[in-house]
Write a protein that binds this ligand. Structure first.
Ligand code: NAD
Length: 478
């Protein structure tokens, strides 16, 4: 049984209170998680504050060496980390091996490079005066991450924060704490200076709420649910803490009659069901042009039926378990709600039975539904599970009205060979990310984030480096 401890002032440290950690594929307890309280928070803040003066003076190239060293260690331990991620989340081991863990290393390497490139800007005025704009780290910042892509999103936040010269209190999800804990052991092995990074485990409404409220925290980078984001904004805004909020989505996938059929089928299926539909970028509303609606729907349903949930530890598994009992019940409840609203369930709609060691696991059949109005609950609320809702549309105008007719605005994808139409749609769609004839093609340089209730601010590239720094303009007149 794992005993997942905090990482404070360069050492592992436990708590008086403990939570249970579960393996979703078996439904069994896999370990205990230290649940941080006031004392651990104070110790972490004190460690970060005392590390800050030296860390901010550390040259960018040296900070980059630390981040690269951590990336080396992640790559060395890729297999163990992928196993831990798959065990903790229920995601297929193949996905953790090919996406989650390699991407965690890439995040560190990408922002290591940024640390060596990010610099002050200067602007010459007509009379010869010079403005130089310093970009200074904030001090101690909080990075709070969710359970769906645990190490991937944790490193996506801490890497730019550290690269920019801040000291960090990281708070991974209490649902999936394991890889952040293993990462803290790698920080100890690397000899990362004490207090530069601290990791506190425990409940969101407990240690998470305390952390964001602490006066020493100057900026908060948060990824998670929209309701939690609203609560964080409520607490942080009157204290003028800088906020980056990456929240939920209800992303449209828009398929036109002239799409590249096979490619579109494969990729829209992946967009709907990757990681059991638990990626904020997943396309959970599939809009299909009326002329091809029936043919596309039937082909899509056939492919969805072949996605059999199975033991995530097996290399051939493509669909694993959903992350927790609470989430399993929530998703099944949403399917029930869709039924009550009159949905026609084309495939799935039930828990999936996976035998053997996974007998008690939290598996849900990939589910495709149709027949609901765009404004009903199932087409408005984020379900965040293996459930996709199909809707026909006549033309661009109707597709846009449906796509934009939700409170969210994170991501969208458009499938057509007509490049002019694709551009028109991209211009008019309300989402922070638009993919044309692809899904989840990520480039770490581009701004990543959502409009409307999908968030505030952008991560990625220079956006993240700017978020984690304060601009100070100095004007020199001659
Ligand atoms: P969540 O909001 O429940 O929790 C996210 C994190 O916040 C966890 O670490 C949790 O412990 C912490 N937390 C909870 N309450 C808190 C509080 N009051 N104060 C401070 N911290 C608190 O989200 P989740 O269920 O872990 O993740 C799923 C959600 O995340 C989905 O809505 C999904 O769309 C969203 N998400 C968004 C993106 C994006 O980039 N926009 C990426 C991944 C996931």
């Amino acid at each position: 049984m794992d005993r997942i401890e905090h990482y404070i002032a360069g050492e592992l440290r436990s708590s008086e209170a403990w939570l249970e950690n579960f393996e979703p594929a078996t439904g069994q307890v896999s370990g205990k998680i230290a649940d941080a309280g006031e004392a651990e928070l104070d110790a972490a803040i004190a460690a970060a504050q005392s590390a800050f003066p030296a860390w901010r003076r550390t040259p960018g190239a040296e900070r980059a060496r630390w981040l690269n060293r951590l990336a080396d260690l992640i790559e060395r331990d890729l297999e163990a980390l992928a196993r831990a991620e798959s065990e903790d989340t229920g995601k297929p081991i193949t996905l953790a091996r090919s996406v989650d863990i390699p991407r965690a290393a890439s995040n560190l390497r990408f922002f290591a490079a940024a640390a060596t490139q990010f610099s002050s800007e200067s602007h010459l005025m007509e009379d010869g005066a010079i403005n130089w704009t310093l970009r200074e780290p904030h001090g101690v910042v909080a990075c709070i991450s969710p359970w769906n892509l645990p190490l991937y999103l944790f490193t996506w936040k801490i890497a730019p924060a550290l690269a920019a010269g801040n000291c960090v209190i990281g708070k991974p999800s209490e649902v999936t704490p394991k890889t952040a804990w293993l990462f803290s052991k790698l920080c100890i092995e690397a000899g990362l200076p004490s207090g530069v990074l601290n990791i506190l485990h425990g409940r969101g409404p407990g240690i998470g709420a305390r952390l964001i409220d602490h006066p020493a925290i100057k900026a908060i980078s948060f990824t998670g649910g929209t309701a939690t984001g609203a609560e964080i904004a409520r607490v942080a805004a009157p204290r003028f803490k800088k906020l980056s909020l990456e929240l939920g989505g209800k992303n449209p996938t828009i398929v036109f009659e002239d799409c590249d059929w096979e490619h579109t089928l494969e990729e829209t299926l992946r967009a709907a069901f990757a990681n059991q539909g638990q990626i904020c970028l997943c396309g959970s509303r599939l809009l299909i042009q009326a002329d091809i609606y029936e043919a596309f729907r039937d082909a899509f349903v056939e492919k969805a039926r072949a996605l059999n949930p199975a033991d995530p530890a097996l290399p051939e598994t493509r669909q694993g378990a959903v992350v927790s009992r609470a989430h399993y019940e929530k998703v099944l409840g949403c399917i029930e709600q869709a039924r009550e609203d009159g949905a026609h369930i084309l495939v799935g709609g039930e828990a999936a039975q996976v035998g053997g060691r996974c007998d008690q696991g939290w598996f849900i059949q990939p589910t495709v539904i149709e027949g609901l109005s765009p404004s009903c609950r199932s087409n408005q609320q984020e379900i965040f599970g293996p459930v996709v809702s199909l809707m026909p549309f006549r033309d661009e105008e109707e597709a846009l009205a449906i796509a934009n007719g939700v409170d969210y605005g994170l991501a969208s994808s458009i499938w057509t060979k007509d490049i002019s139409r694709a551009h028109r749609m991209a211009r008019n769609i309300e989402s922070g990310l638009v993919w044309i004839n692809c899904w989840m093609r990520r480039d770490l340089r581009v701004p990543m984030g959502g409009m409307k209730q999908s968030g505030v601010g952008r991560e990625g590239g220079w956006e993240a480096m700017r978020f984690f720094t304060e601009a100070k303009n100095v004007t020199v007149a001659f």
